[in-house]
Design a protein around this ligand. Structure first.
Ligand code: URA
Length: 264
């Protein structure tokens, strides 16, 4: 029993928080040893899941994502298109498609990276510990998802074990968040963390350098570029509280910009 506990602890410390095999297996029964031996000759179930999609050329999947997303004329259609899109393997292991939450007419749209375990369970963005910090930071400058802000993510499905999404996964989800931004048409976009920033603004700039600086986001369907500011991800701030003072500066800057835009 002690050994089992140690193995489980080792898995948890290594970042394994989900079991994603298609079927449970009793690894203590002599019969399962035979199955394991057989499985070593064929791909394990977890690989079988991710190998379903690469059989379709990536270009075709990207084209299908772009076509599907661009056809959506409103948020309901986009949500439905995303829920029906089978081109990204992350959907296979996620419990829910996390679309977005907030006022669709908001002037400001916050964009994070990808759902975590709590978001995956509830189907809503930023509802875990980092979401609670985000809510507090927003409230401090008069913003809230209940009234005047909108929140979404680059990736709508939780990557297993909260790993970083791959470049292919980001590329496949990009047409959807791009259309999402076009349909919300906010006055400003706030990207939370590095992945969200570098996915929307094609750059190698680090978040530490880029944070707090206004950038511009443009798509072929937007009549004018949208102001975009990268800020630290709230999960990073929870781990590095010394950076909260910089985040506070950025949020004051956001608030000033919103007031300025209202007056204009
Ligand atoms: N982190 C993110 O980037 N997005 C969420 O929705 C939750 C945590």
């Amino acid at each position: 029993m002690q050994v089992v506990k140690e193995i489980l602890n080792w898995y948890i410390q290594s970042g394994v928080t989900e079991t994603i095999a298609l079927e449970p297996s009793n690894r203590f029964s002599p019969a399962s040893e035979q199955i394991l031996l057989k499985k070593e000759l064929s791909p394990p179930a977890s690989m079988a899941i991710s190998s379903v999609l690469p059989q379709i050329p990536a270009d075709n999947l990207l084209q299908s994502a772009s076509q599907t997303a661009s056809q959506a004329q409103n948020l309901e259609q986009l949500k439905e298109a995303l829920q029906n899109f089978e081109g990204c393997a992350l959907k296979k292991t996620a419990k829910n498609t996390v679309f977005g939450q907030g006022n669709p007419n908001a002037d400001v749209m916050f964009i994070g990276e990808a759902p975590g375990a709590d978001e995956d369970r509830l189907g809503l963005p930023f509802v875990g510990a980092s979401g609670q910090l985000l809510d507090k930071m927003m409230l401090a400058v008069g913003l809230s998802r209940q009234t005047n802000a909108y929140i979404s993510n680059i990736i709508p499905w939780r990557p297993p074990g909260n790993r970083n999404p791959s470049n292919v996964e980001i590329a496949l989800c990009m047409p959807f968040i791009q259309r999402h931004i076009e349909l919300i048409a906010p006055k400003i976009i706030i990207t939370l963390g590095s992945i969200s920033f570098t996915s929307l603004i094609n750059t190698t700039e680090t978040i530490s350098k880029a944070r707090g600086v206004w950038h511009q986001y443009q798509t072929p369907n937007l009549s004018a570029p949208i102001l975009l500011m990268p800020v630290f991800h709230p999960a990073f701030l929870l781990r590095t509280p010394a950076q909260k003072k910089n985040a506070w500066r950025d949020f004051l800057n956001i608030s000033e910009k919103l007031n300025e835009l209202k007056k204009a």
